[in-house]
Design a protein. Structure first.
Length: 434
């Protein structure tokens, strides 16, 4: 069997994309468990595909997916065959694996998942009932296998959660990126910015280059300096884009900060190659003009202008509100919102309500979503009197559009799962909830 052939089913068939997604969705039964031992055994069973490409490892609270796409676009513009791995997806799992500017073909993704499933079965046989391969581990292993099969030179990899025990932290990356640090996932990562930064900064490799944003929290920056000194790594702080830098295709003022970090990361990667490559301004400008980030300040309709944005924590909401200031211009604004129960819903609403004329509270496909009534009640406790409830996400966005009026602005935000529900075709299969 060749490296690119699919593992056959018992009846000799290769998996379809539907069967691959069903397998991955089935792994949600086993939940989320941290640790690297299973992941290392899983990759060993796949002949260690992560060792067949160079990598840039991206961690942070917000902006990871945008930064990954931007780094990949800049590297491709310099003639580097580049792949990327992102999470979560919006419509289908195969969106998480990209080669160049394209999602991997569904049949290739299905084949990669099938290979990972066979390897996972071997790993599961050697562990206990509470030590089974997780969905994210299987996805990550399939992604690494497909990127290696596609013969990418460099892969830009987004961490799932944290860094230290995240399945992606098996990479021997040459460049690491910390986009920013905020208070999120405190149950797993710790209660303070310093705790969370420490978990994320474990991805720094001896002799590597760590790139951070210019506005990094002081506690995180202090720890970044300490970690780089400890591991003999170089710390690079990405300067803000020059105001004269052309507008990005990715809308939202916060994307300029992400692009500045992406430029610095790409520069570090290119400079560290066996034959160094200088950053080319034309290639950088082309990447800025071409990189679109689905679900991040994405304009999906007009009359009224309708924006979907996956902001899901107070930091992300602050960035969204700043971006709205550039397009709102006094227009009536109606916002459909859904928030998961492990998020700081109050902190998010405090950011959002001052720019909102009508709040449409809704839910999403994730069972951890707060009820619309809970969100409306919370808005009321914060002194906002114009909150309504619409349980169905599509109905909620339609209500927001009506409330905004044809000259207004409608927004959907609060959870990436809400955005996925709105962008997923009607009648599509069950969504992932991890």
């Amino acid at each position: 069997m060749t490296a690119t052939s699919a593992i056959p089913t018992p009846d000799g068939r290769a998996w379809s994309i539907g069967e691959a997604e069903d397998y991955l969705l089935g792994l949600e039964l086993f939940g989320m468990r941290f640790g690297l031992d299973r992941m290392r055994r899983l990759l060993t069973a796949l002949d260690s595909p992560q060792k067949r490409f160079a990598s840039v490892h991206v961690v942070g609270t917000n902006g990871k997916s945008s930064t990954v796409r931007m780094i990949a676009a800049i590297l491709e513009g310099h003639g580097v065959r580049t792949g990327s791995y992102l999470s979560p997806h919006l419509v289908g799992f195969s969106e998480r694996v990209r080669v160049g500017a394209q999602d991997v073909e569904p049949e290739r993704f299905a084949a990669a998942v099938q290979r990972a499933a066979r390897a996972a079965a071997k790993v599961d046989r050697t562990g206990g009932e509470d030590d089974r391969v997780t969905q994210f581990e299987a996805l990550t292993a399939a992604a690494f296998a497909e990127l290696a099969d596609a013969r990418v030179d460099t892969a830009v990899i987004e961490a799932g959660l944290g860094g230290r025990w995240d399945a992606t932290n098996v990479l021997d990356s040459s460049v690491q990126v910390l986009t920013n640090v905020g208070l999120e996932h405190t149950r797993w990562l710790g209660p303070t910015v310093a705790d969370i930064a420490g978990e994320k900064l474990d991805v720094v490799r001896p002799g590597g280059t760590l790139v951070v944003g210019e506005d990094l929290h002081p506690d995180a920056l202090r720890l970044a300096r300490e970690k780089c000194a400890e591991r003999g790594a170089t710390l690079v702080t990405a300067a803000h884009l020059d105001p004269a830098f052309p507008p990005l295709r990715a809308l939202g003022s916060y994307q300029r900060a992400n692009f500045a970090v992406a430029m610095a990361a790409a520069r570090a990667l290119l400079a560290g190659r066996a034959t160094p490559i200088a950053l080319d301004s034309g290639a950088v400008a082309a990447a800025a003009a071409s990189t679109l980030v689905p679900g991040r300040f994405q304009l999906v309709d007009t009359a009224p202008d309708t924006v979907v944005d996956g902001a899901h924590n107070p930091g992300g909401m602050t960035a969204l509100v700043d971006a709205l200031a550039t397009v709102r211009a006094g227009r009536r604004t109606a916002i459909a919102v859904s928030v998961l129960d492990d998020k700081d819903a109050g902190g998010m609403l405090r950011q959002l309500l001052p720019v909102c004329d009508v709040l449409v509270c809704t839910t999403n496909a994730n069972p951890r979503a707060l009820s619309p009534a809970t969100l409306a009640s919370l808005a009321g406790q914060l002194g906002f009197e114009r909150a309504v409830s619409e349980p169905d996400p599509r109905t909620a966005l339609a209500r927001a559009r009506r409330e905004a009026g044809p000259d207004g602005l409608a927004v959907a935000t609060g959870s990436i799962y809400l955005i996925a529900d709105l962008l997923r075709p009607a009648g599509a299969g069950r969504a992932s909830t991890l």
